[in-house]
Design a protein around this ligand. Structure first.
Ligand code: GDP
Ligand code: MN
Length: 428
């Protein structure tokens, strides 16, 4: 769950990090009068997204008139699809230099990382792409509760040199690093970030603040939420993609593993997965990657996680396949039904229903390869055999192995091969 900048700053302040004087937030122009602003001030759009500066959502103001004018303008603005409903005011501090400090979890190692850069106030992801050397990054061994002195000193000595800090500024920035790390730990955060820390004439101050709490830790953070006056959980959890929204409506769990706007690369195979159960879903993702590495030159990409929920209806099964076939990135679907609670019969009827509908409506059909075993297998087999005779054209691209003579790893490998074969056919 993301916190607003003014909320994050309150958490930082309580944790001992210096912040500019806070005047408060307003929801309307009239409320600006009540803030008793002492100019110059910074006015900022209070939205749960970054890059406000670039989008015209941040401005230094020198008079009450200007403050009201800018507030009116901001309240009509949208920043990356977020309508601005609040404007936040704080003291404008004079900048001599700036840097970046952040603590987060590395998505690959699951270790906490301390990230710093002497380039502050700019898009850190952009810096990471274009000038990776400008980023100082240290993994924290064992995710220790207290930041190790040696790590902090290493980071600080690099920063201090690049920023030419005075001993006092160095000391203060060093404290900020300790404290942001402690706040990250104490709040069960996924991200704590200051971009920029502004270096003033003789001091340092957190000019921006961002905290993203881990939703799984929220149950331990009732005190913090209460202090901030947050009474209901915000639904901002990594804005859902179009597919995720669709699946949410259709009531099955679904996660996109790729940015749906990515440009497909022709030599890669993008594999959609309709697994039987969440555990199978996770296994399939790993297995697709592993087989891709071993046999296909690492050119195979799993694109989604999904779960049908125990005992899905025929329509839900159809919806799951429709979703992936409607999604232009998917090259091939690998599916598995391990019928325990759920029935193979319902599964195969759902899949065939989806294919027949798509054939009739001239919608995109891609290769589907998979296996089914377990509950209701005999009737499922009968239905499948009859269906193939009745509507061979609609089911041409589908191949479902019945029974468990073949292990899933082999099924996945064959499915990937079929996917590549089909892709080659299409492109040649
Ligand atoms: P973001 O663009 O959403 O990250 O919003 P920020 O709060 O970081 O503001 C954008 C930029 O405005 C910062 O990168 C700074 O360059 C500048 N800025 C913000 N607060 C202050 C301040 O108090 N004084 C000065 N001089 N600049 C500020
Ligand atoms: Mn910022």
């Amino acid at each position: 769950m993301k916190l607003y900048e003014h909320e994050s700053k309150r958490v930082f302040e309580q944790g001992g990090i210096p912040i500019p004087k806070q005047y408060g937030v307003v929801h309307s122009v009239d409320e600006v009068d009540d803030l008793n602003l002492e100019f110059p001030v910074m006015a900022k759009a209070a939205v749960l997204t970054g890059g406000r500066g670039k989008a015209g959502g941040v401005k230094k103001l020198t008079s009450l008139e200007e403050a009201k004018e800018f507030t009116a303008k901001l309240l009509k603005l949208r920043i990356k699809e977020h309508p601005v409903e609040m404007v936040f005011f704080e003291e404008a501090v004079e900048e001599k230099g700036a840097c970046y400090i952040g603590v987060t979890t590395d998505p690959k190692s699951f270790n906490i990382v301390l990230i710093a850069s002497a380039s502050g106030g700019v898009d850190i992801e952009e810096i990471a792409r274009t000038q990776p050397d400008a980023i100082i990054k240290r993994e924290i061994p064992n995710n220790a509760l207290i930041l190790q002195y040696t790590i902090k000193e290493e980071v600080m000595s690099e920063l201090s040199l690049q920023l030419q800090l005075s001993p006092k500024q160095n000391e203060e920035l060093s404290l900020i690093v300790d404290k942001i790390y402690r706040i990250f730990q104490n709040t069960d955060a996924k991200l704590c970030e200051i971009n920029p820390v502004i270096i003033t004439q003789d001091s340092v101050v957190a000019a921006d603040a961002k905290i993203v709490l881990d939703d799984n830790g929220l149950y331990r953070q009732s005190k913090l939420l209460e202090d901030l006056g947050i009474t209901s959980r915000r639904h901002d959890i990594a804005e859902p993609t179009i597919n995720e929204k669709k699946a949410y409506k259709l009531k099955f769990p679904y996660i996109d593993l790729l940015d749906p706007n990515l440009d497909k690369e022709n030599e890669f195979l993008y594999v959609g997965l309709v697994p039987g159960g969440a555990g199978y879903g996770i296994f399939s993702i790993d297995e697709v990657v592993k087989i891709g590495k071993e046999f296909f030159n690492n050119k195979v990409v799993p694109i989604n996680f999904m779960d049908s929920g125990g005992g899905p209806s025929q329509n839900r099964v159809a919806d799951m396949f429709h979703l992936l076939m409607d999604y232009p990135i998917t090259d091939v679907i690998i599916t598995s039904r391990f019928g325990g609670i759920s029935s193979c019969d319902v599964f195969i009827r759902g899949l065939i229903q989806a294919l027949r509908d798509r054939y009739r409506n001239k919608q995109r059909i891609i290769p589907i390869y998979g296996r089914m075993v377990g509950t209701d297998l005999p009737s499922a087999r009968n239905f499948l055999e009859k269906a193939k005779i009745e509507t061979p054209k609609a089911l041409k691209m589908m191949e479902i192995v019945v029974g468990n003579e073949k292990i899933m790893a082999d099924i996945i490998k064959e499915g990937i091969k079929k996917g590549f074969d089909f892709k080659r056919e299409v492109f040649s």
